[in-house]
Design a protein around this ligand. Structure first.
Ligand code: ADP
Ligand code: ASP
Ligand code: MG
Length: 464
């Protein structure tokens, strides 16, 4: 079997859905399991409406829901599904679901509270609506199709809004619910992004998480291949919105793809790669709007190409925190304690640097976590601050990490010189630098205003 995942723009309207239909049709002999995202913009709208409702503005939420969720789905449904035996029951199911969401908004406005758990319950409806329409549409085209609720087999931990799969439990469930359907040669349609915890509460895998759902399912079901269908020709040498001349990379190793997604290539959710690695399942990134193109293949051993650097990416909205003090020199455990304090705040460290003089440690985190992290560090080092062993704990906001990625960088001299030479020529100041000893990735921090220029200068320098 294969897994096919379609992102938001690939299902954004009836025309796009028609394309998806014909792509799925072309894969029927391969036994596809189809994972869909919400229609473009719908998850944003649902989250926004939930936030508005809990602030007591239920009317505003309902208005936006009508315009950005209800009307677009009704339109697609009416344009796409003609047969009344399919259309009527689908309309009924959809209306019931719309009512549920409105009731949830009402609940939030009464409680005045929005927990990660209720946010997940609401955000999950985008995928549900979209997958129900797609399944009906496949049926209308005479394709034996079975809609399965992802909550019935993708079991996750309890980390609402960023849940991780519990693979053993999910496998047992998938064997009960999904495998028998595939064995009947029916196409399975399900939701990306969504799962449920052990006690059946809806969870989500984090924004953009449908890619992750696809590879989780691929790994559970031993897929032959996982296809990620999106709105670009594949993984590109840089974000095409920043570098219009970016080109498509034909092959990437799992490690390269993981580095790229982790460091901001939005085309793949950061956790997409890991489920596929263990079972060595190839992943292909393909363009829904040009299905004939071969896209990008992610596999264990890509063909060698002569570009040591394959791509440049960036992550925005970050802060760089610095813990500094002459008294830190030779004091064991400062780094460990700093990292533990950060971990307790459940904040993800994106990059760490320490100078060999040991007088400061810097790490990069999401900007929205900067304040709470500084407080956590001040608490942790209260004594050292009082003794002046640590002088400052400060943050600089509005920074970006730029990552230069490629397996061929390993052992190739001169890469760093070229990178920093290009930045120097462009007059860009580098705030901090890190390179792991795997040498797959050279990352550095610049001010947000320089981020796009930095990406473009490096892209040009390496003629990507
Ligand atoms: P989908 O809805 O299909 O999941 P996303 O919007 O999540 O699509 O991801 C695709 C987008 O990722 C592209 O439109 C592109 O702007 C952006 N992107 C960022 N970096 C890259 C890159 N290196 N290669 C391709 N696309 C990238
Ligand atoms: N619909 C979800 C989001 O917008 C998941 C996804 O698109 O992958 O984040
Ligand atoms: Mg995406």
């Amino acid at each position: 079997m294969i897994v096919m995942k379609f992102g938001g723009t690939s299902v954004q309207d009836a025309n796009a859905m028609q394309r998806v239909l014909s792509i799925v049709k072309s894969r029927i002999p391969k036994k596809p399991l189809v994972v869909v995202s919400a229609m473009s913009g719908v998850t944003d709208a649902l989250i926004h409406c939930a936030e508005t409702s809990h602030l007591g503005r239920e009317d505003a939420a309902l208005e936006r829901f009508e315009k950005e969720v209800y009307v677009p789905h009704r339109r697609v449904l009416q344009e796409l599904i003609q047969e009344s035996q399919l259309r009527e029951p689908l309309m009924k199911t959809m209306e019931e679901n719309f009512r549920e969401v409105r009731t949830l908004f009402h609940g939030l406005s009464i409680l005045g509270e929005l927990t990660p758990r209720s946010l997940d319950a609401i955000a999950s409806y985008g995928e549900r609506f979209c997958s129900l329409i797609l399944a009906a549409s496949l049926l209308e085209h005479g394709i034996q199709t079975h809609w399965i609720n992802a909550c019935d087999f993708l079991i996750t931990d309890d980390q609402h809004t960023k849940a991780n799969p519990l693979m053993d439990l999910s496998l047992a469930k998938a064997r009960e619910t999904v495998v028998p359907v595939l064995e009947q040669n029916e196409v399975v349609v399900t939701q990306g992004f969504v799962g449920s915890n052990r006690i059946g509460q809806t969870t989500t895998l984090g924004r953009g998480g449908s890619d992750f759902s696809a590879t989780i399912l691929g790994a559970l079901l031993d897929a032959e291949e996982i296809e990620i269908w999106t709105d670009v020709p594949g993984v590109m040498t840089a974000d095409p919105r920043v570098v219009p001349e970016a080109s498509t990379i034909s092959e990437l190793s799992y490690t390269e793809a993981a580095e790229l997604s982790y460091f901001g290539a939005k085309v793949l959710h950061p956790k997409t790669i890991w489920p596929a690695v263990e079972k060595k399942i190839p992943i292909r990134i393909l363009d829904t709007f040009h299905p004939e193109n071969s896209g990008t293949r992610v596999l264990e051993n890509p063909r060698i190409n002569d570009h040591p650097v394959k791509a440049v990416t960036s992550i925005r909205n970050l802060s760089i925190l610095t813990v500094e003090g002459r008294g830190m020199l030779g004091v064991p455990g400062v780094a460990a304690r700093a990292f533990t304090a950060v971990a307790k705040e459940k904040v993800n460290l994106l990059m760490i640097t320490q100078s060999s003089s040991e007088q400061n440690i810097c790490f990069v985190i999401e900007q929205k976590a900067a304040n709470s992290t500084i407080h956590a560090l001040e608490d942790e080092f209260e004594i050292e601050i009082a003794r002046h062993q640590i002088d400052t704990i400060r943050s600089q906001d509005k920074v970006v990490i730029i990552a230069v990625v490629g397996a061929g960088m390993k052992g190739t001299p001169g890469i760093a010189a070229k990178v920093f030479g290009a930045l120097g020529h462009a007059g860009i100041n580098v705030i901090s630098i890190a390179q792991g000893s795997s040498e797959y990735n050279l990352s550095f921090v610049v001010h947000e205003k320089d981020g796009d220029d930095a990406v473009r200068s490096i892209h040009r320098e390496f003629q990507l």
